[in-house]
Design a protein around this ligand. Structure first.
Ligand code: ZN
Length: 458
C-alpha cells in the first residue's frame, strides 16, 4: 500500500539509469521496478520524459539562522534550496551566520539546534566550526558532539577564527578516534598574510587584489599541510572548495602515500573564472570568494578531476551576502566578506555545464551531488533512489531551457554570480521524505517539514 507512485521517469543512480516506477509510503521508497501495479490508494505522478534524480545533498553552506531583524532567512534559504533540487543541506555555525558562539562545542551544537528548530522546509544538519575558543577542549568535546549526531567539523587555517596547526592536529586526532571527520579550509596562513601586507604596502587595496593575495600556491601549500597532518594523525580528511591544478596535484600525491583524503569543489570554480576580477570594483566584489576564481585551465582540470574520480563531491559554499554587505567600493580587499550565494543553482549549473557539455555523465553528477556526500557525511538513508531509503526525489526536465537571473531566485541574497547564464534543464518538483516541497515550479512545502539529521559516520 503506497501513498505515492511516480511513474515512467528515467531514474538515475550513480551506477546507471533505467525507466522505472517508484512507490513511496510514509516517506520511504518501498518499491522500485519497471512497471509497478496500480494502487487505488496511491496518488500517481507521471514522470515520463523527466529525469528522476535523488535529491541533492549540499554539505557546505553558510546559511544564516533566524534573527530578530531577519526571522525568515534560514527558512527562506531552505526554500531556495528546494527550488534548486536540494533535499538536504548541512550548514556551518561560523561567526557571521548568526549562530550563538559559546566557546563550548556541545553548547554551540545545542544552541544551533534550538535556533534552527522547526525552521527548515527540507532536511538539514550541522557541521560544527572549531574556533580558537574551543582549542583546549577538543579532545573531550569532539567525542561528545559526535554522540549528539554531529560527527563533522570544520577548521579554517586562515581568518581570525582559524585554528593553529597544533589545534588542527589535535582536532584531526580527536575526530578520527571518535568516528568523526574534519573538514579543512586549506590555505597557508603565513604566505597569505605576507601577500596581503605586501599588496597593502604597495597601495593595492581594491577588490581585484584579493585574488593576487591568494594565488594557487597558497592553496596548494595549505592542502599539502592538511594532508600531511591528517596522515600523521592517521585521520580521514575532507578538503573543502578545491579550486586549482596546483592543489589537485597535492591531492594525487597525498593519496599515493596513503592519505585518506576526500575532496570537494564548488560550482563557481567549475563555471566562472578569474576574468571576473577585471570588472569595476563594486561588481568585482561580488566574486570575492576564497579561494578565488582561477584560470580557465584550472577550471578544465577540475572538470577532468570530477570525471576521473579525483574529486568526490560538489557542494555550494553558499554565503548569502548581499551586494551592500560586500562593500567592494570602500574597504580594502581583505575586509570584504568572502563567499557568494549558490544554494539554489547547484544542480542547474552542474547539469547544464557538466552533463550537457559532456564533462561528466548524468550518473557521475548524481554520485557527486547526492550519493557520495550522503555516504561521506553519515546519511545512509539519503543520496540514492533505492528501497528503504528516504523518498528524497527530484523531477528534472532536461529539455527545458532557462536563463539564471536573480529575479527568479528565492534565496536571501540580492544577486547571483551566474546572472544571465543560459542553463539547460529545470527542476519541476522536489520531494522530501515523500512530501512535495516544490511541485510544478511552486512552493507547496511548509516551514518545519525539514528534520535535523543526527548523523553517524560509517
Ligand atoms: Zn565555506
Amino acid at each position: 500500500m503506497a501513498d505515492l507512485i511516480i511513474r515512467g521517469g528515467t531514474v538515475v543512480s550513480a551506477a546507471g539509469r533505467q525507466t522505472a516506477d517508484i512507490a513511496v509510503e510514509s516517506g520511504r521508497i518501498v518499491a522500485f521496478a519497471p512497471q509497478l501495479p496500480a494502487d487505488a490508494e496511491a496518488r500517481e505522478v507521471d514522470a515520463s520524459g523527466l529525469l528522476v534524480l535523488p535529491g541533492v545533498v549540499d554539505v557546505h553552506t553558510h546559511t544564516r539562522v533566524a534573527s530578530d531583524e531577519h526571522p525568515d532567512r534560514f527558512f527562506q534559504d531552505s526554500v531556495a534550496a528546494a527550488f534548486g533540487g536540494t533535499t538536504t543541506f548541512l550548514a556551518f555555525n561560523n561567526p557571521g551566520t548568526g549562530s550563538e558562539q559559546t566557546g563550548s562545542l556541545p553548547t554551540d551544537a545545542n544552541a544551533w539546534r534550538r535556533q534552527t528548530d522547526s525552521d527548515s522546509a527540507i532536511d538539514y544538519g550541522l557541521n560544527l566550526v572549531l574556533q580558537p575558543a574551543h582549542a583546549d577542549k577538543l579532545p573531550t568535546e569532539i567525542p561528545q558532539v559526535v554522540d549528539m549526531g554531529v560527527p563533522t567539523f570544520k577548521a579554517f587555517m586562515v581568518y581570525d577564527f582559524g585554528l593553529s596547526s597544533a589545534a588542527i592536529a589535535v582536532a584531526l586526532r580527536a575526530a578520527a578516534r571518535s568516528h568523526g571527520m574534519l573538514m579543512v579550509h586549506g590555505e597557508d596562513r603565513a604566505a597569505l598574510e605576507a601577500n596581503i601586507a605586501r599588496l597593502k604596502a604597495q597601495g593595492k587595496t581594491q577588490p581585484r587584489f584579493h585574488a593576487e593575495s591568494r594565488p594557487p600556491y597558497v592553496e596548494a601549500a595549505g592542502t599539502r599541510m592538511a594532508i600531511d597532518m591528517a596522515r600523521n594523525e592517521d585521520a580521514p580528511l575532507y578538503l573543502v572548495h578545491l579550486s586549482s591544478q596546483a592543489a589537485l596535484a597535492e591531492i594525487v600525491a597525498g593519496r599515493e602515500v596513503g592519505g585518506r583524503v576526500f575532496v570537494e569543489t564548488c560550482p563557481h570554480f567549475l563555471v566562472l573564472d578569474e576574468s571576473r576580477y577585471e570588472l569595476p570594483d563594486a561588481d568585482c566584489a561580488r566574486f570575492i570568494i576564497s579561494p578565488p576564481l582561477r584560470s580557465p585551465a584550472d577550471r578544465a582540470a577540475l572538470w577532468a578531476a570530477l570525471a576521473d574520480g579525483t574529486l568526490n563531491v560538489v557542494s555550494t559554499d553558499h554565503v548569502p551576502d548581499t551586494v551592500a554587505e560586500k562593500r567592494g567600493w570602500d574597504v580594502c580587499f581583505d575586509q570584504i566578506s568572502n563567499g557568494a550565494p549558490g544554494i539554489e543553482t547547484l544542480l542547474a549549473l552542474v547539469y547544464s555545464e557538466g552533463v550537457q557539455r559532456g564533462h561528466i555523465t548524468v550518473e557521475r553528477m548524481v554520485d557527486v551531488l547526492s550519493t557520495t556526500p550522503a555516504r561521506l557525511f553519515g546519511m545512509p538513508h539519503k543520496g540514492a533512489i533505492e528501497v528503504n531509503r528516504d523518498a528524497d526525489i527530484v523531477l528534472f526536465d532536461p529539455q527545458e531551457r532557462r536563463t539564471v537571473t536573480q529575479a527568479e531566485l528565492h534565496h536571501t541574497s540580492d544577486y547571483t554570480p551566474y546572472e544571465g547564464r543560459a542553463a539547460s534543464g529545470i527542476v519541476r518538483s522536489t520531494i522530501v521524505r515523500g512530501e512535495f516541497v516544490v511541485r510544478d515550479g511552486h512552493f507547496v512545502g511548509r516551514r518545519g517539514h525539514g528534520q535535523f539529521q543526527e548523523r553517524t559516520l560509517q
